[in-house]
Ligand binder design. Structure first.
Ligand SMILES: [Zn+2]
Length: 527
């Protein structure tokens, strides 16, 4: 579990959830005790259980225009601004496939070890919903773009391949806005069609995951791959990465799948993990009480921390797929695939290996740093300015990632402490201008103000006191003021030494050079 202490999951907003064993012999301590009093005292279960989890991830592709028309995909534009007759579903218009979407799809599929179909088809997925003006979504069904891939994850140092069943392209729907006082009344709902026709990839996994932790690892790995490929922003808040999960539980050792439920509406990594933990515990509880799991779609209620059944009206499983007559079958040239394969960037696993050999940092560090392309870029940029790879690694994995997490700012690209800031501060420590302790103060200030470290040190007078005479004067004063403690120390109470160090540091506001303080104290206390 150390992995997550400073790992990127913390940054991508996973909280300190209890870790589950891969099999469940009791229901783990539960955060939602007020809703499920059953979990107050974890009961012993009659049976050992194992969870079976499969994930469906929708990711918005970072193309400039939509999948079947030339409208912009820009996020945050004025409602219904990025629309045209095609994405508004006007009759008589024809969709035209965006080549960039196919290329992004192929890139993703190759990076996930899939086989690309040389012949794939689009289908109409029919359902009526106000934010879908055509009353059908153009998607792929029987013959998707790519199939049979895998992603490798690491949990507790053990590698595991998670199968990728299929990857297909589809268009996004619009957005309904409820309960917003736009017209002076809350009695209206509004529709924004800007998102209609924004390209999506749907990446469906095999039910290969056995714990919420594995599911989280899979998602992180997947997000990392999409980032490295630069095909998606992967911004969960803006909806460019969305995840639904299929979950069932079964007696450990059984090969038969239990009845599954589908959980939707999980909008952060933290919520995916919480929702899975909740749903597994709920299913085990039902089975233990002799009940049966109902196959249904459930929503994750973030506020209550529970999953609840979707109202049947919201559930539209009877999709009725038809072939899309307005789009020709997609025939992909083998040469094009090879060309894209050659252009693939260095992905996380390769970068991990390179970090280990090039920078000589431990595998653990390399994995944490390369899980996100942007963290890895940040690390490399800092090392260029301050070529001590392990020191930089410690600071990035520790203080930088922790700071970002504290401020729920998952994106290192907008961190106020840039590689220049961090490298500058590390140089000041190395030169002895500031102590490690003062560096923490400088660090906080850099984060808050964005000022360069040299400026902060100057402004706040934080320069380390390395002048022997100056430090010796303080040491003498402290020793003289504490004769009893001196006597205790001389009588063999080693702990007293720490007291003196603390007092000297306090008297110098943490600015005394620690090595010097130690040296002088030892000298003076032994006389
Ligand atoms: Zn359009």
């Amino acid at each position: 579990m150390e992995v997550w202490e400073y790992g990127s999951v913390e940054v991508w907003e996973c909280g300190g959830m209890a870790v589950w064993e891969k099999s469940y012999t009791s229901v783990p301590p539960y955060p939602h005790t007020s809703i499920l009093p059953y979990f107050h005292t974890p009961p012993s279960l009659k049976m050992e259980y194992e969870a079976v989890i499969g994930l469906e991830v929708h990711t918005q592709l970072k193309t400039r225009s939509k999948i079947f028309c030339s409208c912009s995909t820009e996020f945050g534009a004025k409602p219904n601004h990025n629309t045209c007759p095609i994405c508004q579903g006007m009759p008589g218009v024809l969709p035209v496939l965006n080549k960039q979407v196919v290329e992004f799809g192929i890139r993703t599929a190759l990076a996930m070890n899939c086989t690309i179909a040389d012949y794939s088809l689009f289908a109409r997925k029919n359902y009526f919903y106000p934010d879908l003006p055509k009353a059908y979504q153009i998607s792929q069904y029987e013959l998707p773009l790519a199939q049979h891939g895998w992603i490798e994850i690491q949990v507790d140092g053990i590698s595991k391949k998670i199968g990728v069943t299929r990857i297909h392209m589809e268009e996004d729907a619009g957005k309904s806005i409820h309960d917003e006082n736009i017209t002076g009344s809350k009695n209206y709902s509004f529709i924004d069609f800007n998102r209609c026709g924004v390209p999506l990839l749907e990446i469906v996994s095999e039910p290969d995951m056995r714990s919420p932790e594995e599911a989280r690892e899979y998602l992180l790995k997947l997000k990392g791959i999409l980032e490295y490929l630069e095909v998606s922003d992967c911004n969960m808040e803006e909806g460019s990465l969305r995840c639904d999960a299929n979950i069932s539980v079964r007696p450990k050792g059984s090969t038969k799948l239990g009845t599954k439920t589908e959980v939707k509406n999980m909008n952060s990594f933290k919520n995916v993990q919480k929702a899975l933990e909740y749903e597994i515990a709920r299913q085990i509880q039902i089975l233990e009480e002799g009940g049966r799991i109902v196959q249904e779609t459930r929503l994750w209620d973030v506020d209550q921390g529970v999953t609840r059944p979707m109202r049947s009206k919201e559930e539209a499983h009877d999709y009725r797929y038809f072939p899309e007559p307005d789009l020709v079958p997609l025939v992909i040239d083998k040469e094009w695939i090879e060309q894209i394969r050659k252009s693939l960037p260095e992905l996380a696993d390769a970068r991990t290996a390179r970090f280990i050999s090039q920078y000589g940092i431990p595998e653990y560090d390399a994995r944490v740093l390369t899980a996100s392309k942007f963290v890895a870029d940040y690390y490399e940029n800092t090392v260029k300015l301050y070529p001590n790879p392990k020191v930089v690694s410690n600071w990035v994995m520790g203080d930088i990632l922790r700071k970002l997490k504290e401020h729920e700012q998952a994106d290192i690209r907008t961190c106020p402490i840039t590689p220049q800031h961090l490298a500058g501060m590390l140089k000041l420590i190395e030169e002895g201008t500031i102590s490690g302790k003062i560096a923490k103060v400088v660090f906080e200030d850099m984060y808050a103000t964005g000022k360069m470290p040299e400026e902060i040190v100057k402004e706040k007078g934080l320069i380390q006191i390395s002048d022997e005479k100056e430090v010796a004067a303080v040491v003498d004063r402290i020793i003289a003021a504490n004769p009893e403690t001196v006597a205790q120390y001389k009588a063999g109470k080693q702990k007293a030494f720490g007291f003196f160090v603390g007092e000297v540091m306090k008297a110098t506001q943490g600015k005394a050079n620690p090595q010097l303080v130690n040296k002088l104290l030892k000298e003076k206390l032994s006389t």
